[in-house]
Design a protein around this ligand. Structure first.
Ligand code: PMP
Length: 365
């Protein structure tokens, strides 16, 4: 099979070696005579996968299982928008939200629906179409948590310096830069990520939460929405998404084989720098949509054609697809182009895009 360069935002490109290993696992797992799709979630074959995936992720985060619970939950990152306030917002309490993009805005909206406690917009960059990360925060004294989105998948900004929240627990949606930066993960009281970008297939959400933070969660939350249920049962209260967790484990081991988060971050920086410098250099034809250069995402590179060429956007995308550069159309909410270059995206794919941009600019500019 000839693999194209897949710039999709998620589900997204996965390492080829992981796909090969997973396809073997679909036939037979660990000499069991069964497919990974067939084994019991309470049997020894799956148990080994479950424990190994959990331990690999904690190791990559640099977190100890004594201090943090690592959970596998279904419902996507979108369900976390509800689970966070269900568990941590209560009457008389406030959740602070930094709204730096569509997804952060959705998280705040869900918190407002819970009908308990208050949800406060601590900062927003909506004034400039989320083209930068707001830095000054209006934090509530004694807030239950401060929620941030570390990478704004749609708008192409990334939060490189986590805010110093003092005593307030930091809660983060890390869906689209999961395992992409060598962050100090102990700054998070709770992080969550839908798997289908950097971690594996859709169907599982990875959640890591500090045990002392989980101890503060509300009582009386329905079982499937209570973090306690997952933490107390090692995410085996009901049937977990076995296949998705299996692939996340393979991706985690692939990240370790690449040299871990520091090595992955270095590669991600090289790829992104190459693309951003081409956008800046070819500024007669292209421009980057993020107004604050220091906030430019390493994962989702958003750019457009200069207004005088705006009607050529469709042509740019369709011609790119003919060259095996797929998925470059920007999110339907913002238009333009988006090149998602997650961990598994190869440098030569970025080089191929840059070569195409140069040709396009030379022909039009
Ligand atoms: N948060 C972010 C940052 C995302 O990029 C996405 C998905 N694109 C979501 C949340 C929603 O994730 P899910 O589809 O898993 O609910």
């Amino acid at each position: 099979m000839h693999r194209i360069y897949n710039f999709s935002a998620g589900p997204a490109i996965l390492p080829e070696s992981v796909l090969e290993e997973a396809s073997q696992g679909v036939i037979e797992i660990g000499g069991s005579g069964m497919s990974v799709l067939e084994v019991s979630h309470r049997g020894k074959h799956y148990d080994a996968i479950h424990q190994e995936t959990r331990e690999t992720l904690l190791r990559l985060f640099g977190l100890s299982g004594d201090d943090y619970s690592l959970m596998f939950i279904q419902g996507g990152a979108s369900m976390q928008f509800a689970m966070v306030p269900f568990n941590f917002l209560d009457n008389g309490k406030t959740g602070d939200y930094v709204v730096a993009g569509e997804w952060g805005s959705k998280a705040l909206k869900e918190a407002k629906k819970i009908g308990r406690g208050a949800a406060n917009e601590a900062a927003t960059s909506a004034d400039k179409n989320f083209s930068y990360i707001p830095k000054a925060l209006r934090q509530t004294a004694g807030a239950s948590f401060l929620h941030v989105t570390t990478n704004n998948t749609i708008e192409g900004t990334e939060l490189f310096d986590l805010p110093d929240t003092k005593e307030t627990p930091l809660v983060a949606d890390v869906s689209s830069d999961f395992l992409a930066l060598d962050r100090d993960h102990s700054k998070f009281s709770l992080l969550y990520a839908g798997a289908q970008k950097n971690a594996g297939p859709a169907g599982v959400t990875i959640v890591a939460a500090r045990k002392s933070f989980l101890a503060q969660a509300n009582e009386g939350v329905p079982s499937m929405l209570a973090y306690k249920t997952y933490a107390d049962s090692d995410s085996l209260y009901n049937t977990p998404p076995v296949f998705a967790i299996y692939v996340v484990g393979l991706v985690g081991k692939w990240v370790e084989a690449q040299g871990g988060l520091a090595a992955i971050e270095k590669k991600n920086r090289t790829k992104a720098a190459l693309l951003y410098s081409a956008i800046d250099e070819l500024s007669d034809v292209f421009f980057g949509t993020v107004t604050a250069p220091e906030d430019r995402s390493l994962m989702n590179v958003t750019f457009r054609l200069q207004p005088k060429y705006a009607d050529l956007e469709k042509e740019f995308v369709s011609e790119a697809a003919k060259r095996g550069l797929d998925g470059l159309k920007g999110h339907r909410a913002v238009g333009g182009f988006r090149a998602s270059i997650y961990n598994a995206f190869p440098l030569d794919g970025v080089e191929a895009l840059v070569a195409y941009m140069r040709e396009f600019a030379a022909a039009k500019g």
